[in-house]
Design a protein around this ligand. Structure first.
Ligand code: DGJ
Length: 740
């Protein structure tokens, strides 16, 4: 059992050799949090680590007592985890320990995605009940420690134990107090086509945060926050990460108080949230995941990748090799017919592609983005034999068939909108704000979720469909549902998400053999919540190889390779107009779930030959590219650098592939070394390069090298660098390592 309870000291210690969390019931009955971080020995008292508050709240006003789930109004002026208005309107809460339970395994969170165990021995869970008897509120705090991971999962259930309604105004999933403020805070920030760039700043006194109020986790910020020391790098030093298993409005916030301590809180964004709790009713927060690392940011990523890949993703596709696909979007946009699709699919099949994906434009009368969302019946002008007809023609080629849908949306020009204008989100009497000429369906309403379940079950059951891309192309405005009473409108955004999760749950349960990929105008909802349903996500609409270096690097901080869909697209690139070599586009897209998104029929025979070689190479090392340990070597965020590198290593370190990317060429670049990590120091590796036949500048680095040498001294980049001048910008080379 990795959870100790010492009744004498009233102390809990969750520990597994990689992480420790020490909680203690303080003298006044509040739940203190004495330590979260590096593992500490069990069987000891740590009460000296936590300042015991003087008896009586008035004597601890403003003092930084570290608390497990702080409230407001009773002397702690830092950011609270819980704010609730009791029946009398008072918002002061004082939560006191009532009892606790320690259970083997990890209970599921009803209606919400969460991490899980397959065997109860993988984790233990501590559930502590706190209560404010005057306010009539009980709070169950859950802390799960995984046996083999430096991870603690947290969530809270708040219950109205009184006899009159109360209102939740802020219900965080996690609050953590750290004893100093000497941290850099890392977020994943960006915009459409620039998602999840590393955004880093030193913590300063006061509050600093990342959040979304858009109804989706968003392109702009990700439900993720990390802290590192100034000296922490990819492989050394302390770091924490905090992830929210949620796909909607969130807040990730750090506050440094006047005493220099840091509080982090993570949960549903409070300004767009309230929840009425009737007597006996309860509210459960989404799950938050804490990781502690003593081996730098790489240690955080290792833990998150393993957890998300193995114990968040689920279903038949969790562990299966993901197919190499061709998507018709950037090849045809809305302009296609069945013959054109079959032509692209045939060419793709001949090159080794395993799955054809029919993107937007197959339904209603959708010749552009002004119409038909919601009308999930096939457009027979384009596909006279229906989805079934085109799917059969394509599966007869020997490859899979996949389909794009955007269930949550409706076009004003659609039969669905004509029949149910009130199903589109909006406030009666107020104009609806359009975006991409579409409106959002009110997923808080069970009849909308039921309708979508029906029509989509019909579509997905009508043909041999192996894959679904579930898109979401706009954010929510005028959040309001006429189906909710006025004092429940603050529940709208969370109820919307519960509707989305319910639809996902129904469709993934009904079609367990379908591989789901989530998408939101690219990576606008790339979050742990959706990874629980769709094991991969469309990383970004930006398919430019150079832009993707930053996007995939940033994404990899929190998310595994198996979750990142990455496509080779046409040049000039449709988002940035850049021209990069075909081999560079592939060398970036290999690190993830590879796809192609261009008109293969328009390429020269030489280019098609190159693509066939790329696919054969990728499939030969698919396990490594999709499920290997990903290590970041040279950052695209280092403004001084023109070179980026990363690598993936097999679990047993017998194989690895290193990606080495030149951005802008420099005159007289000088010597350089690229040191690797994660190899077996005792192994000897045969090193070759990719693309093949490109060995002149790489000669110094090919042949046999010991793991120890490659990590201590690395590859010599001098020749590569001189070659850069001749080759110009944007070229890439892979180093392929096989232990002998
Ligand atoms: C946005 C997605 O990110 C694209 O890949 C494509 O599916 C379009 N939507 C289609 O409308």
């Amino acid at each position: 059992m990795s959870i100790e309870w010492d009744p004498g000291d009233r102390q809990f210690h969750l520990r597994n050799g990689q992480i420790s969390l020490v909680l203690r019931v303080l003298e006044d009955g509040t739940l203190g949090q004495l330590h979260l971080g590096a593992a500490m020995p069990g069987g000891r008292s740590y009460r000296h680590l936590g300042p015991d508050p003087f008896p009586g709240f008035s004597n601890r006003v403003g003092s930084p007592v570290p608390l497990a789930y702080p409230t407001s109004g009773t002397g702690d002026f830092r950011i609270p985890a819980l704010v609730a208005a009791a029946a009398d309107g008072a918002t002061s809460l004082a939560l006191h320990y009532r009892d606790h339970r320690i259970v083997v395994g990890k209970p599921a969170l009803s209606g919400l995605p969460s991490t899980y165990v397959e065997d109860a021995a993988e984790a233990d869970t501590l559930e502590i009940t706190l209560a404010d008897e005057l306010a009539g509120l009980d709070v169950d705090l859950r802390f799960t420690i995984f046996r083999d991971r430096p991870v603690i999962a947290r969530s809270a259930t708040i219950r109205n134990a009184g006899s009159r309604p109360a209102e939740l105004r802020c219900a965080m999933s996690l609050s953590v107090d750290l004893p100093d403020g000497d941290w850099l805070m890392i977020g994943l920030a960006g915009a459409w086509a620039r998602e999840r760039h590393i955004a880093e700043r030193r913590l300063v006194p006061g509050r600093q945060s990342a959040s979304s109020t858009r109804g989706a986790s968003s392109h702009e910020h990700n439900p993720f926050l990390a802290l590192r020391r100034a000296t922490t790098d990819e492989s050394h030093g302390e770091a924490y990460s905090f992830s929210l298993v949620y796909s909607g409005n969130f807040l990730a916030e750090a506050e440094v108080d006047p005493y220099g301590t840091t509080r982090v809180r993570l949960g549903i964004e409070p300004t767009t949230f309230s929840w009425r709790l009737d007597p006996g009713a309860e509210f459960t927060t989404p799950e938050a995941i804490v990781v502690y690392s003593e081996t730098g940011l790489g240690g955080l990523s290792d833990a998150l990748h393993g957890l998300f890949r193995e114990r968040l993703a689920r279903g038949q596709w969790r562990d299966r090799p993901r197919p190499v696909l061709i998507n018709n979007w950037e090849a045809t946009y809305f302009d296609f017919d069945a013959d054109r699709l079959v032509e692209i699919a045939t060419t793709a099949r001949d090159l080794g592609v395993e799955l054809f994906v029919l993107d937007d434009g197959w339904f209603g009368a959708r010749d552009d983005d002004t119409t038909s969302l919601g009308d999930w019946f096939v457009d027979r002008r384009k596909l006279p034999d229906g989805i079934e007809g085109v799917a059969r023609r394509i599966t007869d080629l020997g490859i899979g068939f996949g389909l794009w849908i955007e269930p949550e949306m409706v076009s004003q020009r659609s039969r669905l909108f004509e029949a149910h204008p009130d199903w589109a989100i909006g406030i009666p009497g107020r104009p609806r704000t359009e975006s991409r000429q579409q409106l959002v369906l009110d997923m808080t309403r069970p009849e909308v979720v039921d309708h979508l379940t029906g029509v989509l079950t019909e579509v997905l059951g009508s043909a041999p469909i192996a894959y679904v891309k579930w898109d979401m192309n706009r954010n929510i405005t005028e959040p309001y549902s006429p189906s909710l009473p006025p004092d429940r409108q603050g529940e709208f955004f969370h109820r919307y998400l519960l509707g989305v999760y319910e639809l996902y749950r129904r469709l993934t349960t009904r079609f367990p053999e379908i591989l789901f990929e989530s998408c939101a105008g690219g990576g606008g909802r790339f979050d742990p919540g959706l990874l629980a349903f769709a094991p991969q996500a469309w990383t970004s609409d930006d398919t430019d190889a150079i832009e993707r270096l930053k996007i995939q690097w940033g994404t990899s901080l929190a998310y595994p390779l198996s979750s990142m869909a990455a496509h080779v697209a046409a040049v000039p690139n449709h988002q940035v107009g850049r021209v990069t070599p075909l081999s560079t586009r592939a060398a970036v897209a290999f690190f993830g779930v590879l796809g192609y998104e261009l008109d293969l029929t328009a390429l020269s025979a030489k280019e098609r030959g190159e693509i066939a070689d790329q696919i054969a190479f990728y499939i030969g090392r698919r396990q490594l590219f999709q499920r290997g340990r990903f290590l970041r070597l040279e950052s695209p965020y280092d403004g001084d650098r023109d070179h980026v590198a990363w690598m993936t290593v097999a679990d047993d370190a017998r194989q690895a592939v290193v990606g080495s990317y030149q951005i802008l060429a420099r005159a007289d670049p000088g010597p350089g070394r690229l040191r690797l990590r994660g190899l077996d120091p005792l192994a000897t590796y045969r090193v070759s390069t990719w693309p093949a036949g490109d060995d002149r500048p790489a000669r110094a680095n090919t042949g046999q090298r010991s793991g120890a040498e490659l990590m201590a001294a690395g590859f010599v980049l001098d020749l590569d660098r001189q070659e850069t001048v001749a080759r110009g910008d944007f070229w890439a080379r892979l180093f392929v390592l096989d232990a002998i």
